[in-house]
Design a protein around this ligand. Structure first.
Ligand SMILES: Cc1ncc(COP(=O)(O)O)c(C=O)c1O
Length: 360
């Protein structure tokens, strides 16, 4: 075993891995409840599941054939959806793959990647995989970007900055003026709009002004197909053509392609669900406004970052799990007093509210 490891790339051997969410069976086993009683509010998934019309579109697909490496149908449909030319769009196996591809394209070992804590953990994980140095510049007390600190952190080794808008887990948007200030430095800026359909806010209009801007989007959350792994990037034609050159040829599988085409066709139904999730988040906000011992930070996503005062976040987490409700916790970080709670269906929200009232 030792010999085998000595043959591996040293930075990979002891890498701090990224822990994804457990399957419901596992959550149920740990909490001593039945899998069907698990309420998953820990991964910002879409609790309504896929549309029936999207699931139906998977039937009869030619599963024995390789998918189109040029993603022509998919990119054409995405082009119509986002209002950008086809050559400015690439699809990836989730936004996660796009993040990885950007690292491969831009970052050499020992060069620098910037993000702003607290934020989505995939940026730093992908940087570690690339053997790059990750500098995580803390956000301000309103979770905004500290532009002077960012500017000070940027130097000749900085290759790419990742900023989510809305940010996961804080829920706030990236200000256009902050994005412009960073783009003006000439470094590549990836604005991760995975929660765009919930916020309705985009910086895609800046693409005409900045070749160093990439917008990242996903079908995991609003479209309810996280399990099929489809995301996409919008960027300059030059950037996208290089990403197309380095991606795995068949990165989007036949099922994912069919599902996205159907989701875009039936987008108005999906957007109704999206709006309902925003309503559920607002209902939770209203209840928390009247509760002692818990507060939240305003969110534009399908999740709410909740801070606990009398109970520890760990106690609140355990209390919710006893009610079958699983949320996201952030031990050993600046958010160790907080939990991120995804918006659920109206029934799930009622159960969550009942449990929260009991706990605090
Ligand atoms: C900010 C952000 N970006 C990207 C992703 C990855 O999404 P995908 O499922 O498309 O890989 C997530 C998922 O939680 C996220 O929160």
């Amino acid at each position: 075993m030792h010999n085998l490891q000595s043959l591996m790339r040293p930075h990979m051997v002891k890498i701090a891995t990224y822990h994804g969410v457990d399957p419901s069976e596992e959550l149920a086993r740990k909490a001593g409840i039945r899998p069907e009683d698990v309420i998953r509010l820990n991964a910002n998934e879409n609790p309504y599941g896929a549309l029936d019309k999207v699931s139906a579109a998977l039937v009869g697909q030619p599963l024995h054939l390789y998918p189109d490496p040029k993603q022509q149908k998919l990119r054409t449909a995405l082009s119509e959806y986002v209002g950008q030319p086809v050559d400015r769009i690439i699809a990836g196996a989730g936004g996660d793959e796009i993040i990885d591809l950007l690292m491969r394209l831009f970052v050499e070992p020992d060069q620098t990647v910037l993000d702003c804590e607290p934020t989505f953990g995939m940026y730093s994980f992908a940087a570690r995989l690339a053997d790059a140095k990750i500098i995580s510049v803390p956000r301000t007390n309103t979770w905004d970007i500290d532009i002077p600190a960012m500017t000070a952190a940027i130097d000749g080794l900085t290759r790419i900055i990742f900023l989510a808008s809305p940010n996961n887990p804080t829920g706030n948007l990236l200000k256009e003026s902050d994005a412009r200030a960073l783009l003006d430095t000439g470094v590549v800026l990836c604005v991760d709009e995975t929660y765009y359909e919930f916020s309705g806010n985009t910086l895609a209009h800046l693409l005409d002004d900045y070749e160093n801007l990439v917008i990242l989007r996903s079908f995991s959350k609003w479209a309810g197909i996280a399990g099929l792994r489809v995301g996409y990037a919008i960027g300059s034609a030059t950037l996208i053509s290089h990403l197309m050159d380095i991606k795995q040829p068949y990165n989007i599988n036949i099922a994912g392609e069919a599902a996205v085409l159907a989701a875009l066709e039936h987008r108005s139904e999906l957007l109704t669900r999206t709006r309902s999730l925003v309503e559920q988040r607002k209902k939770l906000e209203a209840v928390i406004n009247d509760l002692d011992g818990v507060s939240y930070f305003p969110s534009e996503g399908n999740f709410l970052l909740c801070k606990f005062e009398h109970k520890t976040a760990e106690q609140a987490f355990t209390g919710l799990a006893e009610h079958g409700i699983f949320v996201r916790q952030f031990p050993q970080t600046v958010l160790n007093d907080s939990l991120r709670i995804s918006a659920g269906t109206p029934e799930q929200t009622d159960q969550l509210i009942y449990a929260l009232k009991n706990i605090v």
